[in-house]
Design a binder for this molecule. Structure first.
Ligand code: CUA
Length: 333
């Protein structure tokens, strides 16, 4: 047999092992019962074949133990499937709190990855061994799918939306990355490598290359370049909400609704500011749709996140924004 042949892809994460055990359980049950049913069909066909033209079938009553057995055994097997499947599903869908964040942007036809420290890669991703990695992913154009068989991670990457996936690499090495959603002519070329490195080696890799600036500080520059700071002031009340302490907090809107300020909220507020206006403020912010790329948005989000580490400002008193506008010196426009 071909020595390269593998029934299952490499298992490079704990989740991969858990998922494979579940798959083997499901396949074994399916194989056992398919074989049993097939064999019994043939066995009974022969055993109960019609032997003469005027044979009469004997009356069949019911057998209580048999009926209990064929109800209870499948029920137990199914309940094992359900609880086991649910626990693996929860494991896969909940990144641990200490996971490191890495951003992924898919576009026709490449994968762009960004580390918080500022390193950017194309069609490659370097991660340290034994540290959970949370991927926040979006697309610049069409639907792609981020597929790393060795970690059993496959998630659709959608335009205009963030999806998250996570994995904890448990074996150093180089593993395949594919796009698993047909996305146009060069879909088959939208592939790359995941490099799992020893932590010390990873630190060296991070320190080298042309990283330099963290995502949050690139975001801060962009924030100033786009003149966001004119209204979103941190030193005094401004015309727009103070972003200090915003990320992760609950925000009260003009509609009376309360939302959590997460990545999707910040992204929407930049591209479509009128969608969720904070209570006490007016819908005066212009859209930045078309002026910022998906990667710019991720940098801005990281900047807003970095502001969240500072304490939150008190919520605006009604009319505070108006008072602030009056107090602010007139600018030449
Ligand atoms: Cu991207 Cu297929």
């Amino acid at each position: 047999m071909n020595p390269q042949f593998q029934l299952f892809p490499d298992q490079a994460s704990a989740t991969a092992v858990h998922l494979d055990h579940l798959t083997i359980y499901l396949l074994s049950i399916a194989a056992f019962f398919s074989t049993l049913i097939f064999a019994l069909i043939f066995f009974f066909a022969v055993k109960y074949r019609r032997r003469s033209g005027h044979e009469r079938v004997s009356e069949i009553g019911h057998a209580l133990p048999l009926e209990i057995a064929w109800s209870v055994i499948p029920f137990v097997l199914m309940m094992i499937m359900f609880t086991w499947g649910a626990s693996v599903f929860f494991e896969m869908s909940r990144p641990p709190d200490d996971a490191m964040n890495i951003y992924v942007v898919g576009k026709q036809w490449m994968w762009k990855t960004q580390h918080l420290e500022g390193q950017r890669e194309i069609n490659e991703l370097h991660v340290p061994l034994g540290r959970p990695v949370r991927l926040t992913m979006t697309s610049e154009d069409v639907i792609h799918s981020f597929y790393m068989p060795a970690f059993r991670v496959k998630f659709d990457v959608l335009p205009g939306k963030y999806t998250t996936a996570w994995f904890n690499p448990t074996r150093p090495g180089k593993y395949h990355l594919f796009c698993a959603e047909y996305c146009g002519t060069l879909h088959s070329g939208m592939i790359g490598w995941i490099h799992v490195m020893e932590p010390a080696e990873y630190e060296r890799w991070l320190a080298g290359g042309a990283g330099g600036e963290s995502l949050a500080s690139s975001g801060q520059k962009l924030f100033e370049y786009l003149a966001c700071a004119n209204c979103h002031r941190t030193d005094k009340p401004g015309r727009c909400p103070n972003l200090t302490g915003l990320f992760g907090s609950k925000v009260q809107l003009t509609t009376g609704e309360t939302v959590t300020a997460d990545e999707a909220y910040v992204r929407e507020s930049i591209l479509n500011p009128g969608a969720k206006v904070v209570a006490g403020y007016q819908n005066i912010m212009p859209t930045f749709q078309g002026q910022v790329t998906e990667e710019d948005l991720l940098q801005l989000i990281e900047y807003v996140k970095s502001l969240a580490k500072q304490p939150a400002p008190p919520p605006p008193a009604p009319g505070a924004a108006r008072a602030a506008r009056r107090a602010e010196p007139k600018q030449n426009r």
